[in-house]
Write a protein that binds this ligand. Structure first.
Ligand SMILES: Nc1ncnc2c1ncn2[C@@H]1O[C@H](COP(=O)(O)OP(=O)(O)OP(=O)(O)O)[C@@H](O)[C@H]1O
Length: 229
């Protein structure tokens, strides 16, 4: 049983650039892992295939044992509800409050106002953001803004959280704080896949690491194989 499985996945962009070649791996329920590699190695492409922002040229991506090639049209939006996404730049709506930003995915799903309020407050509480519910993103620190982005990605209880360089703009202390937050998610049943090129941070986390090199899966390192940071 896996939450996510890549079977011999290749991706060639229109114009001929090959971003991924024959990549295979599986993610277990409640597992947290990293994907790393140099700039251009294919990390973002791998995450885009999971969100159906791109499609593989060859091979199969299975999500919750379902072949994503069969997920088309209106079913794409349904699939995306199961994948929470955290970006390097939090991509918050700057003219909406923290609470409104976090509630947005639930509004889009047509949830009732009362239920949205409850879920948003519980999520803000969990991430230590409850006192900032009515603040605008511009009134928050960089670390708080990133936590709001994470709250928004988690509010609809996704099966998998994917994060693309989520600590790219943060100092080491805040990065560690965000990573600790991610590391607590598997206990609640959410699997986590983080793309990062911060090797120091990755080593400290002691989680499984997929290493991409020019689109190929060069290594799949178990936590116990990681050298001390
Ligand atoms: N839409 C696209 N069209 C053509 N080529 C693309 C497209 N998106 C990415 N590429 C190419 O595919 C390769 C992999 O890109 P990708 O963004 O997945 O790498 P990455 O590991 O995430 O890099 P970075 O760390 O710099 O974000 C790169 O050579 C890139 O130029």
């Amino acid at each position: 049983m896996s939450v996510l499985r890549f079977d011999n996945v290749s991706k060639q962009y229109p114009g001929g650039h090959v971003a991924l070649t024959d990549v295979s791996f599986a993610v277990a329920p409640g597992e947290m892992l990293f994907v790393t590699g140099h700039s251009g190695a294919g990390k973002s492409t791998l995450l885009k295939l999971i969100q159906l922002a791109e499609r593989p040229s060859r091979g199969t991506v299975l999500f919750d044992e379902k072949n994503l090639a069969k997920v088309r049209g209106t079913k794409v939006a349904l699939h995306r509800r199961s994948v929470g996404v955290v970006y390097q730049n939090h991509q918050l709506l700057m003219d909406r409050t923290v609470g409104e930003n976090v509630g947005l995915p639930l509004i889009l799903r047509g949830m009732k106002r009362g239920e949205i309020g409850k879920r948003v407050r519980s999520m803000l509480d969990r991430l230590g953001l409850a006192p900032r519910e009515k603040a605008l993103p511009s009134q928050l620190s960089a670390g708080e803004q990133q936590r709001v982005g994470i709250a928004r990605a988690l509010v609809a209880e996704p099966t998998l959280l994917v994060a693309d360089e989520p600590t790219g703009n943060l100092d080491p202390t805040l990065s560690a704080e965000i990573m600790a937050l991610f590391a607590a998610l598997p206990e609640r049943g959410t699997s986590v896949l983080v793309a990062s090129h911060d090797l120091g941070l990755i080593k400290r986390m002691r989680k499984r690491v997929l290493v991409l090199d020019q689109g190929k899966l060069a290594d799949d390192i178990a936590p116990e194989e990681l050298a001390d940071a």
